[in-house]
Design a protein around this ligand. Sequence first.
Ligand SMILES: C[S@@+](CC[C@H](N)C(=O)[O-])C[C@H]1O[C@@H](n2cnc3c(N)ncnc32)[C@H](O)[C@@H]1O
Length: 194
Amino acid sequence: MPASQAVFSAAALADCRHALVYGDGDGRFLARLLRSNPHISVDSVDCRAAMISLVERRMDRIGSSARRRLTLHHDNALSFSSYSFRYDLLVTHFFLDCFSTAELNVLFDRTVPQLTTGALFLVSEFATIEGGPMAAVSRPIIAVLYRVFGLLTKLGPRHLPDHSSVLDAHGFTLLEHKTWLGGLLVSELWQLQN
Ligand SMILES: C[S@@+](CC[C@H](N)C(=O)[O-])C[C@H]1O[C@@H](n2cnc3c(N)ncnc32)[C@H](O)[C@@H]1O
């Protein structure tokens, strides 16, 4: 289970009403979000048709009320815009690592105007560990993961982007930071300040 699905309780997201979720994959987080927050509507963006199909199949099982609150967009997050809402919640799980730091700047240049002031951003990612016994193994583990993902998906990046500096530069403040597997996985809750 991706760390952030368990780390940040439904209570943290209970007041959110319009969520934008990038790259949710098979829809496990979407199902939990829609079930735990009966007032939220969600726009979910994924560039792979196979992932959209998996989400649709999962949604068939969660009930029509939740399904009605979800809109699936088969689109590239780097060019996606929805002018229907300004979102008060942005979510990405193991998505930012599909991009270089330069691409993340483009992504957030585009995304921030679609968010409300005070919007929350829930993110989980891999991280390289600085210091301690896990430090020596974290870089090779991440290098292998990138090699595998690169072969499977033809993704360009081979290094973790520096998402924290991109978020700082785009006006986000870190509210909470939790780690798993000795720091190899991180879950963070950020807030857009302005
Ligand atoms: C590594 S998977 C993570 C899936 C899921 N969030 C999880 O935690 O298991 C990355 C997801 O992002 C999607 N994705 C990658 N690049 C994208 C892009 N430019 N625009 C939209 N979706 C993208 C992929 O199709 C995939 O569903």
